[in-house]
Design a protein around this ligand. Structure first.
Ligand SMILES: [Zn+2]
Length: 327
């Protein structure tokens, strides 16, 4: 079996070939999840990711394959496993190869968990693939965040910033535990509506529906990061006058100080990826004969897998660099 990157992760076995997370629409490909650096039309994907495709790319050209059902794709036996990263995210099993896509064994409030499984070849993401990229336990980060939100609400509105798909809906679900009103941008609401149609319990209003007199009420806003501080676009420029306390939520808060860079009040290392230690535990539990690492820090992760686990590992060979990891 040969594995390399050429406008997607190409897997060849004899005369069979399959492409995972292609850079451009490719019939017969497999798409792991709905973040924009992975999402293309035309491939096989979970029904949940297909719904995200409709909202984010206004396309329904895809073949739905529910989790854990087997389907023949280009001669490979393919199954999609929960990746625990975002709603609908999947690890891709093709014969005895497992590609994790973006994944999180801790899972989230609005998705399941990634469970390791025996495989011969493992292709694993290396987003947090350096030894110092570790987060506190997720439940600790979540309770820190909710404590800060509750405390800050006593002084007025609170705004939480995060990526439009995945993080924002996790934040809505977390804040819903406090039984306070949540208001979100239309883009975040359009995606959250997909979750709700699939039965995920999320309660929120659209900012665009708030009357002028309601705008300064104590509530939690869940917003794109760019909306946490002025200058804001015309339609929401009033947010800058609410005196809202602001926090950004991202795994990268574990090493970067966004509070100083963007003038925010707080930040929380809430991640939808595995951290470094979780990546190593995942590899160990899959007991692969060979590992390929991909995205962000593949060289570091491959080196540490060989050194600590004594499993042959190397960065996925790139034949093309047209696809760049952005989230
Ligand atoms: Zn992702």
């Amino acid at each position: 079996m040969r594995v390399f990157y050429e406008d997607g992760i190409v897997v060849q076995d004899g005369i069979k070939e399959i492409i995972l997370d292609p850079a451009r629409p490719t019939p017969g490909s497999i798409v792991s999840h709905g973040h924009m650096d992975h999402l293309t039309e035309g491939g096989v994907m979970t029904p949940e990711t297909l719904e995200i495709l409709k909202v984010r790319k206004h396309s329904s050209v895809a073949t739905p394959l529910p989790y854990n059902l087997e389907r023949d794709v280009n001669g490979f036996r393919v199954r999609l496993r929960d990746a625990g990263h975002v709603f609908g995210s999947a690890m891709i099993r093709a014969d005895d190869l497992l590609y994790t896509g973006d994944m999180n064994p801790e899972g989230g409030v609005t998705c399941g968990k990634a469970v390791p499984e025996r495989c011969t070849t493992l292709v694993i993401e290396a987003t947090y693939g350096k030894p110092y990229l570790n987060f506190p336990p997720k439940h600790v980060v979540e309770s820190d965040l909710l404590n800060w939100v509750e405390f800050s609400l006593s002084e007025g509105p609170v705004a939480l910033g995060g990526y439009d798909f995945g993080k924002a809906q996790e934040l809505i679900a977390l804040v819903n535990r406090l039984k306070v009103e949540v208001a979100v941008s239309d883009r975040i609401a359009d995606i959250a509506d997909v979750y709700r149609r699939a039965g995920v319990k999320l309660a929120y209003r659209r900012i665009s529906e708030l009357s002028e007199s309601e705008r300064k009420d104590p509530r939690v806003y869940v917003l794109p990061r760019g909306w946490l501080k002025p200058p804001l676009e015309e339609s929401v420029s009033w947010l800058g006058q609410t005196g809202m306390r602001t926090a950004y939520c991202s795994g990268w808060c574990t090493i970067y100080d966004f509070t100083r860079r963007y003038g925010l009040d707080a930040q929380f290392p809430l991640s939808d990826h595995a951290d470094f230690d979780a990546l190593l535990r995942f590899v160990d539990a899959c007991r692969p004969k060979r590992v390929y690492t991909v995205f962000s820090h593949p060289v570091d992760l491959a080196r540490e897998i060989e050194r600590r686990l004594h499993i042959p590992a190397e960065p996925l060979r790139m034949k093309s660099t047209t696809k760049v990891k952005t989230t």
